[in-house]
Design a protein around this ligand. Structure first.
Ligand code: ZN
Length: 116
Protein backbone atom coordinates (compact mmCIF):
# COMPACT_ATOMS: atom_id res chain seq x y z
CA UNK A 1 0.00 0.00 0.00
CA UNK A 2 1.40 3.34 -1.03
CA UNK A 3 0.90 6.43 1.04
CA UNK A 4 0.71 9.47 -1.20
CA UNK A 5 1.16 12.96 0.15
CA UNK A 6 -1.48 15.00 -1.70
CA UNK A 7 -0.17 18.58 -1.86
CA UNK A 8 -3.66 19.81 -0.94
CA UNK A 9 -4.88 17.27 1.66
CA UNK A 10 -1.81 15.61 3.10
CA UNK A 11 -0.94 11.95 3.32
CA UNK A 12 -3.62 9.50 2.21
CA UNK A 13 -3.78 5.87 1.13
CA UNK A 14 -3.25 4.97 -2.52
CA UNK A 15 -6.85 3.75 -2.84
CA UNK A 16 -8.00 7.38 -2.89
CA UNK A 17 -5.90 8.19 -5.98
CA UNK A 18 -5.85 7.45 -9.70
CA UNK A 19 -2.69 7.45 -11.76
CA UNK A 20 -2.96 9.54 -14.91
CA UNK A 21 0.19 8.29 -16.58
CA UNK A 22 3.34 10.05 -17.62
CA UNK A 23 3.67 13.72 -16.70
CA UNK A 24 5.07 16.66 -18.66
CA UNK A 25 3.90 15.60 -22.13
CA UNK A 26 3.74 18.74 -24.19
CA UNK A 27 0.94 19.12 -26.73
CA UNK A 28 2.29 19.85 -30.22
CA UNK A 29 2.17 23.56 -31.08
CA UNK A 30 0.48 22.99 -34.44
CA UNK A 31 -1.17 19.54 -34.67
CA UNK A 32 -2.21 19.88 -38.37
CA UNK A 33 1.50 19.97 -39.27
CA UNK A 34 2.02 16.47 -37.89
CA UNK A 35 1.74 13.35 -39.98
CA UNK A 36 -0.28 10.39 -38.70
CA UNK A 37 2.72 8.65 -37.12
CA UNK A 38 3.77 11.78 -35.21
CA UNK A 39 0.23 12.36 -34.01
CA UNK A 40 -0.10 8.72 -32.92
CA UNK A 41 3.21 9.02 -31.05
CA UNK A 42 1.89 12.07 -29.20
CA UNK A 43 -1.42 10.41 -28.35
CA UNK A 44 -0.34 6.90 -27.47
CA UNK A 45 3.38 6.40 -26.92
CA UNK A 46 4.55 6.77 -23.36
CA UNK A 47 7.73 5.87 -21.59
CA UNK A 48 7.58 2.84 -19.37
CA UNK A 49 10.63 3.45 -17.27
CA UNK A 50 11.78 0.95 -14.70
CA UNK A 51 13.17 3.42 -12.23
CA UNK A 52 12.53 7.13 -11.75
CA UNK A 53 9.41 8.28 -13.59
CA UNK A 54 7.39 11.49 -13.37
CA UNK A 55 3.65 10.81 -13.29
CA UNK A 56 0.35 12.66 -13.01
CA UNK A 57 -1.93 11.61 -10.18
CA UNK A 58 -5.45 12.61 -9.26
CA UNK A 59 -6.88 12.57 -5.74
CA UNK A 60 -10.08 11.14 -7.18
CA UNK A 61 -11.70 10.20 -3.85
CA UNK A 62 -10.55 13.34 -2.08
CA UNK A 63 -10.03 16.87 -3.31
CA UNK A 64 -10.07 15.73 -6.99
CA UNK A 65 -7.01 17.84 -7.73
CA UNK A 66 -4.29 16.78 -10.18
CA UNK A 67 -0.65 16.88 -9.16
CA UNK A 68 2.66 15.31 -10.16
CA UNK A 69 4.61 12.55 -8.47
CA UNK A 70 8.20 11.45 -9.00
CA UNK A 71 8.15 7.73 -8.30
CA UNK A 72 10.60 4.89 -8.69
CA UNK A 73 8.49 2.33 -10.52
CA UNK A 74 10.79 -0.51 -9.46
CA UNK A 75 10.51 0.11 -5.75
CA UNK A 76 7.32 2.22 -5.55
CA UNK A 77 9.24 4.84 -3.56
CA UNK A 78 7.71 8.28 -3.99
CA UNK A 79 10.60 10.71 -4.22
CA UNK A 80 8.68 13.97 -4.68
CA UNK A 81 5.17 15.36 -4.97
CA UNK A 82 4.56 18.73 -6.60
CA UNK A 83 1.66 20.73 -7.97
CA UNK A 84 0.72 20.99 -11.63
CA UNK A 85 2.59 23.78 -13.35
CA UNK A 86 5.61 23.50 -11.07
CA UNK A 87 8.92 22.42 -12.54
CA UNK A 88 9.83 18.80 -11.84
CA UNK A 89 12.57 18.44 -9.24
CA UNK A 90 15.90 17.13 -10.48
CA UNK A 91 16.32 13.85 -8.66
CA UNK A 92 18.68 10.93 -8.62
CA UNK A 93 16.94 7.62 -9.03
CA UNK A 94 17.15 5.43 -5.96
CA UNK A 95 17.56 2.18 -7.82
CA UNK A 96 18.33 -0.70 -5.50
CA UNK A 97 21.88 -2.01 -5.52
CA UNK A 98 22.09 -5.29 -7.36
CA UNK A 99 23.68 -8.10 -5.39
CA UNK A 100 26.02 -9.49 -8.04
CA UNK A 101 27.16 -6.34 -9.78
CA UNK A 102 24.61 -6.45 -12.56
CA UNK A 103 23.75 -3.12 -14.12
CA UNK A 104 21.32 -0.90 -12.31
CA UNK A 105 17.64 -1.43 -12.89
CA UNK A 106 16.51 -0.46 -16.33
CA UNK A 107 19.56 -1.68 -18.19
CA UNK A 108 18.79 -5.39 -18.22
CA UNK A 109 20.21 -8.32 -16.38
CA UNK A 110 23.51 -9.71 -17.70
CA UNK A 111 22.79 -13.18 -16.36
CA UNK A 112 20.14 -13.63 -19.03
CA UNK A 113 22.44 -12.31 -21.76
CA UNK A 114 25.49 -14.53 -21.11
CA UNK A 115 26.34 -17.07 -23.77
CA UNK A 116 27.70 -20.40 -22.57
ZN1 ZN B 1 -6.19 15.92 -2.12
Amino acid sequence: MLLINCPYCGEREQEEFSCGGEAHIERPKNPPDLNDDQWADYLFLRQNIKGLQYERWNHSFGCRQWFNVARNTATDDILAVYKMGEKPPVLESNDPITPCGEPAIGSGNFSTLKKS
